[in-house]
Design a protein around this ligand. Structure first.
Ligand code: F6R
Length: 660
């Protein structure tokens, strides 16, 4: 298969506004980092819209290479908005999608044909004959010919003008998994294990994810005249850094974009986190030092030198490129002491404050310490995040005499196996039989379970009744777990926020009702401390939505008297801990508290042994939690601070509205 060379386009096209990009000595692909994913999507959509308009004026077609997945959804939303509000026509647009699972029926929930129709094509005036998506229904025998035709069709249409890409955690573009060659063309490919794990959520279990896909090749992609590779969220940060700053290699297909003259990465802040410009900005050039950056640099230096902070010398600073810091802020000795004291002051064995302790000036971990006991409200996005992510602190708060409430924001019902639901229904049926309970009503439900659950197909959405049953299973588990921690049952609030209740992985947007329910709970409890899951940089997902709901509700009550004495602490979701320089409060746990926390997590039986959405970490939640808390403790120890069994970290939210 021959590929055309990237033709220099007319000067008219060159005059279209470009997305500004920057690049430093470490970066081999230009990058543009946006504060918000929505701004990034709007910039890409606007570039596409401009080219479409120019092509219309010229009476030519505009050929777009399109991707699916969570990343480009914002671009498609914005294109639909421009189509509707600014009369952008798609009549002259020809599209080629990157890939499709194989085999795949176009009507299936997970089909990329369906995805494209739902997110873009059904909402714009594109003629259906101009849409091209690899066909997941053709026989294996015909796949090779189909793929060759796909390449020819792209070529016959003059090649792709703008190609949109996402990046998988394997570094794939399209479904070009590690090992794909630079010259590869459209073909059938076997999906990597990591890719299948990541897709498990969409397919209700990894076992249902197809093993193969048809994908455009790396060569096909590189033939596009302009490429935007988009990545949002911290889970993309390390692979983005590898693709942008690492060597060109078939291990990371996206690194081949380093050889493209007109490719750029479009990132939000989280996805750009591991680039040297953010990870170690002092290595890129002179920076304006502040308290936060100094703390970050000193911890980085101590870890790099494998020394406790107080043992770092001027030579260490100089050797690792931190001479600038010494020049601006004094000798190593002074900087070490300052940073050491700062970190030491974050360690709080009394997370709610000691009864008779007075607030220390400048001590950020003990605001309003004269209030004792405190009313504490812990928001848990799913029914198990409270104990997994801050179980030790929860236990301490109860033990230390505070009034602890837990609000479970969502039912978490989609993460329960059908088997478990059947088991509980069997119990219910036996119970009803044993006690002769309302046989008429009970048998109707039993019949439904029998016909629905026992014959459910992989990926089929649960009926409303089954959703309720699964939600109740999780509710019971949450109750058992918090009972272990000593929280009275009257202090548990099962909110079942409406945005979550779709029965599918895709949720509704956050609505007024969601916020109102949280405002009402806040006004009822009037907490002195709020704890919320602070996955600040994850642009998708339930945790992020739940956090936005809490913060938006807090904005609505911020003038209330009680709120003036309220502090908001963010714990990290189930997967990661805060970076050590970010932690404002470090709650140490004793070995006994670690055990209690483990037992509380065990109560979430439907998540034990095997989770429906395991993510990319095969360990059970209690193992991840313990490992993460022990790692933080070891890290504090290695920096020369006190040595604890485990530590849970929290960041204080001080009104940064950019997270809303
Ligand atoms: C989708 C595709 C994939 C995705 C990548 C990222 O058509 O080809 O390469 O772009 O897996 O997926 P998300 O955006 O869901 O993280």
């Amino acid at each position: 298969m021959t590929h055309w060379t990237i033709a220099m386009e007319t000067s008219l096209e060159d005059s279209l506004p470009k997305i500004d990009t920057t690049q430093n000595q470490f970066e081999k692909i230009p990058c543009q980092v946006f504060d918000h994913a929505r701004d990034a999507s709007a910039a890409v959509a606007s570039r596409i819209a401009n080219l479409m308009r120019l092509r219309q004026e010229e009476g030519r077609n505009c050929v777009l290479g399109l991707a699916t997945g969570s990343t480009p959804v914002g671009v498609y939303n914005e294109l639909v908005r421009i189509h509707k509000q600014e009369a952008l026509s798609f009549a002259n647009v020809i599209t080629f999608n990157l890939d499709e699972y194989y085999p795949m029926n176009p009507d299936a929930l997970q089909s990329y044909v369906r995805f494209m129709n739902e997110h873009l094509f059904d909402h714009v005036d594109i003629p259906s004959e101009k849409i091209n998506i690899p066909d997941g229904t053709i026989s294996k025998h015909d796949v090779a010919e189909f793929c060759a035709r796909y390449e020819t069709l792209i070529e016959l249409n003059g090649g792709i003008d703008i190609q949109i890409l996402g990046i998988g955690r394997t570094g794939h573009i399209g479904f070009n998994e590690p090992g794909s060659s630079k010259k590869s063309t459209t073909r059938l490919i076997t999906l990597d294990r990591v890719t299948r794990t990541d897709a498990a959520g969409d397919f209700y279990g990894e076992e249902n994810v197809p093993r193969r896909a048809i994908t455009m090749g790396v060569g096909t992609i590189l033939s596009a005249r302009e490429i935007f590779i988009i990545a949002f969220g911290e889970h993309k940060a390390s692979i983005v850094a590898e693709a942008v700053e690492g060597d060109v290699s078939s291990i990371v297909s996206a690194s081949f974009l380093q050889d493209h003259p007109n490719a750029c990465f479009i990132l939000d802040r989280a996805a750009a986190d591991s680039l040297t410009r953010n990870h170690c900005p002092w290595l890129v050039g002179p920076i304006g030092w502040n308290k936060y950056l100094i703390r970050k640099a000193v911890i980085w230096l101590a870890q790099k030198q494998k020394k406790p902070i107080l043992k770092l010398t001027d030579e260490d600073y100089n050797e690792e490129g931190l001479q600038d810091l010494l020049a601006d802020h004094g000798a190593a000795y002074d900087i070490n002491i300052r940073v050491f004291r700062q970190i030491n002051s974050t360690i709080a064995g009394w997370p709610g404050g000691k009864p008779d302790e007075k607030k220390m000036p400048g001590d950020r971990r003990r605001p309003h310490d004269d209030i004792f006991p405190k009313r504490v409200l812990i928001f848990s996005p799913h029914p198990d995040d409270d104990v997994i992510s801050m179980g030790g602190t929860l236990i301490r708060l109860v033990d230390q005499g505070h009034e602890v409430h837990v609000a479970y924001q969502t039912s978490g019902n989609i993460a329960v196996f059908d088997d478990d639901a059947i088991r509980f229904c069997d119990f219910m049926a036996d119970f009803n039989k044993a006690f002769g309970v309302a046989p008429k009503k009970a048998s109707k439900l039993e019949e439904h379970i029998e016909t629905f659950l026992r014959h459910k197909k992989a990926g089929q959405v649960d009926s409303p009744e089954v959703q309720v049953i699964k939600g109740l299973i999780r509710q019971g588990e949450a109750r058992a777990a918090t009972r272990m921690c000593g929280v009275p049952e009257s202090n548990l609030h099962f909110m079942n926020l409406p945005f979550y209740e779709t029965g599918t992985v895709k949720k509704k947007p956050l609505g007024e009702r969601d916020i109102k329910m949280i405002v009402e709970l806040l006004e009822q409890i009037q907490p002195h401390q709020i704890y919320a899951a602070g996955d600040l940089r994850d642009p998708h997902g339930t945790h992020r939505t739940c956090l936005r709901a809490v913060l938006q509700a807090c904005q609505q009550v911020e003038k209330d008297d009680w709120y003036q004495q309220c502090t908001i602490w963010l714990y990290r979701g189930a997967w990661h801990e805060w970076e050590p320089h970010e932690i404002d409060m470090a709650v140490p746990l004793s070995p006994n508290e670690v055990m209690l926390k483990r037992n509380a997590i065990f109560k979430h039986e439907s998540k034990k042994d095997r989770a429906v959405f395991p993510g990319h970490d095969a360990r059970e939640f209690w193992q991840r939690a313990e490992d993460r808390n022990a790692t933080t403790a070891r890290l504090f120890d290695s920096l020369g601070l006190a040595e604890y069994e485990a530590i849970e970290g929290f960041v204080r939210w001080e009104g940064d509205v950019s997270f809303l």
